[in-house]
Design a protein around this ligand. Structure first.
Ligand SMILES: Nc1ncnc2c1ncn2[C@@H]1O[C@H](COP(=O)(O)OP(=O)(O)OP(=O)(O)O)[C@@H](O)[C@H]1O
Ligand SMILES: [Mg+2]
Length: 595
């Protein structure tokens, strides 16, 4: 059995002085690890005394029988509660982020960093090649109008990353990007003299050579109150508060997520920028929450996204679990979204019911005021359809944990949905980590929840002991179990789930959906036809009234009108080709006669 904590040689040298409990780490695990991560300074996990674990240890009958086995299992459990407790000093930092920060801050002091400085230039890039953000609060070394972030998730960046791997020397065409990266990698915001100097040099290079890019503002601007009317708070997560807002100009509803605390300069900053970068690259699919814009205001990050009027899947299952037909639609939509994310060589890393949203009906884009004002008789029809499962569209949201499979920087998500290999920091098949999270999400929303956060039950679900949900068919239970397979390579890919026979029935469901839409259109037509009939009736009645009036009261003008009409008819004929000649002939005839 592998264990929870993985540690590289360099890491050992950095933190051995800090944490004596690390002496208990099993170095043989490092040898077995197949992580392709190019980062030398791997994030690692600490061991925490966990009251719950202790409780488990005391109470578990299993432990009474096999104390060693259970103790080993518990070592691997996510220490979630204590991790939350360790979010000290108003920061969201887990031990992982705290350690990583201390590692990067102490780079120049550590033996590992000293070793890194002595190796070749390419190797230095290997150590720190992840592009850094422009600090939101940093005005010291740059003017905002001259700088731009490099989004590490754009195809350009991924291509540049691949090129960098292939070339030993930088070619002219990617010099600009490399200069930009060099600056971003130099941690210009930190108080390191040498790094600052490097940063300034790189910055000068960028000033001379940087291509024009769209910039994420690195200064605060005031937009929220000026551009949006806040309607309500629709959700609160660990990172942000989400408001339902109407844009004053375009009148449409949006979800605006505002970081709970100021992000500039805090450990939240990277996560906030990561979410924006991912949204900017991935917000173009029907099954991914759409992104509109982002900005920094009062040092908070604000992200303007599509408003999903159906709320989160988590809120939905508070009323009732989903049946198989609903689950198929959910799976169909989420797997399409995942397929799209994966096709960009990116992974979500935090798939769970709280991060899956839904839109429910065709009038979602209308504000309440508009709905009541523009009542065209269809609202009752839409209302009827509102509850129909077939009009739900599920969308993947909360992209704060998205990372690239080529250069993974894994900030693991909710431990209830986390696969075992991610806890063991094996990042060799990140696509399948998303598949596991989706599998366990299906298990939960079908009635298998609430999910354990740790302990023996947590392990059972990851060791292939997935209980069948009685309400589901054998095939669907099997698919869920396969998606939660302990071995990542045995889990199906997003592509193969998409074309799984179990979802082919969803095709007929979508035909049903089309049928429903057709019914809506037919009802619309009926309503319009009725209105037309009504209008024709009114016209007829008016005509009759006019002719009655005309006959009784005003005979002369009517005669005059008739004369006028016949006159105009006569006038029109000369312009017709035949009439013209005929008329001329007549006139000539008259002339001749007159003569
Ligand atoms: N686009 C949206 N449309 C409707 N509701 C939303 C939208 N985005 C977020 N919400 C609501 O706000 C809640 C929190 O949003 P989100 O998950 O993005 O925040 P977070 O702070 O990143 O959460 P986490 O705790 O997962 O880190 C969601 O669970 C949902 O109820
Ligand atoms: Mg969330």
């Amino acid at each position: 059995m592998a264990m929870a904590f993985r540690l590289s040689k360099h890491e050992t040298s950095i933190i051995s002085a800090e944490d004596t409990s690390l002496e208990q780490l099993d170095s043989s695990v490092e040898m077995r690890s197949r992580s392709p991560s190019p980062l030398i300074f791997n994030p690692r996990k600490l061991r925490f005394a966990d009251d719950d674990f202790d409780k488990d240890r005391q109470e578990s009958p299993q432990q009474k029988k096999k104390p060693n086995a259970v103790a080993r299992d518990n070592d691997m459990s996510p220490p979630c509660q204590k991790v939350r407790a360790l979010r000290l000093f108003n920061t969201p930092a887990t031990p992982k982020t705290i350690l990583q920060k201390s590692t990067t801050n102490c780079n120049h002091l550590s033996a590992a960093a000293a070793a890194a400085h002595s190796v070749k230039r390419e190797d230095v890039y290997k150590v720190t090649e992840r592009p850094r953000s422009l600090p939101l609060h940093n005005h010291r070394t740059m003017q905002p109008q001259d700088t731009a972030n490099v989004n590490p998730f754009t195809p350009d960046s991924l291509l540049a990353h691949n090129k960098k791997r292939c070339r030993t020397q930088f070619g002219r065409e990617n010099l600009n990007l490399s200069a930009m990266q060099k600056f971003l990698l130099s941690d210009a915001g930190e108080d390191d003299g040498a790094q600052d100097a490097n940063g300034l040099d790189s910055m000068r290079e960028i000033h001379q050579q940087a291509p024009k890019r769209l910039a994420l503002h690195d200064t605060n601007i005031s937009r929220f109150k000026r551009e949006f009317m806040q309607v309500s708070v629709i959700g609160v997560g660990e990172f942000g508060v989400v408001f339902q807002c109407v844009n004053r100009l375009d009148g449409c509803i949006y979800a605006i997520k505002k970081s709970k605390k100021p992000v500039a300069g805090s450990s939240f900053e990277k996560r906030a920028l990561n979410e924006v970068w991912a949204h900017a690259v991935l917000g173009k699919h029907d099954n991914v929450v759409r992104y509109y814009s982002a900005w920094a205001e009062d040092d908070h990050m604000l992200i303007q996204n599509e408003f999903c009027d159906g709320g989160s899947l988590h809120a939905r299952i508070q009323e009732h679990c989903l049946g198989e037909s609903e689950l198929k639609i959910l799976l169909m939509h989420v797997i399409e979204g995942l397929r799209y994310i994966h096709s960009n060589d990116l992974v979500h890393m935090d798939i769970k019911p709280e991060n899956i949203f839904s839109t429910m009906n065709p009038t979602a884009h209308k504000t309440q005021q508009q709905v009541s004002k523009d009542d065209d008789g269809m609202d009752s029809v839409y209302e009827e359809l509102r509850s129909s499962e077939n009009l739900v569209t599920y969308k993947i949201g909360d992209l704060g944990h998205v990372t690239s499979v080529n250069e993974p920087y894994v900030e693991e998500g909710d431990c209830r949905y986390l696969s075992k290999e991610i806890l063991q920091e094996d990042y060799s098949n990140l696509f399948k980590a998303d598949i596991f999270s989706l599998g366990i999400t299906l298990f939960e929303v079908a009635g298998g929840g609430p999910l354990p956060k740790n302990g023996p039950e947590w392990h059972k679900l990851r060791n292939g002991e997935v209980p069948a949900i009685p309400a589901l068919s054998k095939d669907f239970n099997e698919l869920i179990a396969q998606m939660m397979h302990p071995e990542p390579n045995e889990r199906p890919s997003s592509m193969s789930i998409y074309s799984h026979p179990i979802l082919s029935a969803v095709d007929s469901k979508s035909k049903l959906q089309l049928g429903l839409e057709l019914t809506v259109e037919k009802r619309k037509n009926e309503i319009l036809m009725n209105k037309l009939r009504e209008a024709k009736k009114q016209i007829k009645m008016l005509e009759q009234r006019v002719s009655v009036l005309a006959a009784s009261n005003t005979p002369e003008p009517l005669d005059g009108q008739r004369c006028l009409r016949s006159f105009t008819r006569r006038m029109r004929t000369p312009f017709g080709s035949h009439g013209k000649f005929h008329n001329l002939a007549d006139r000539n005839k008259n002339v001749i006669t007159n003569v």
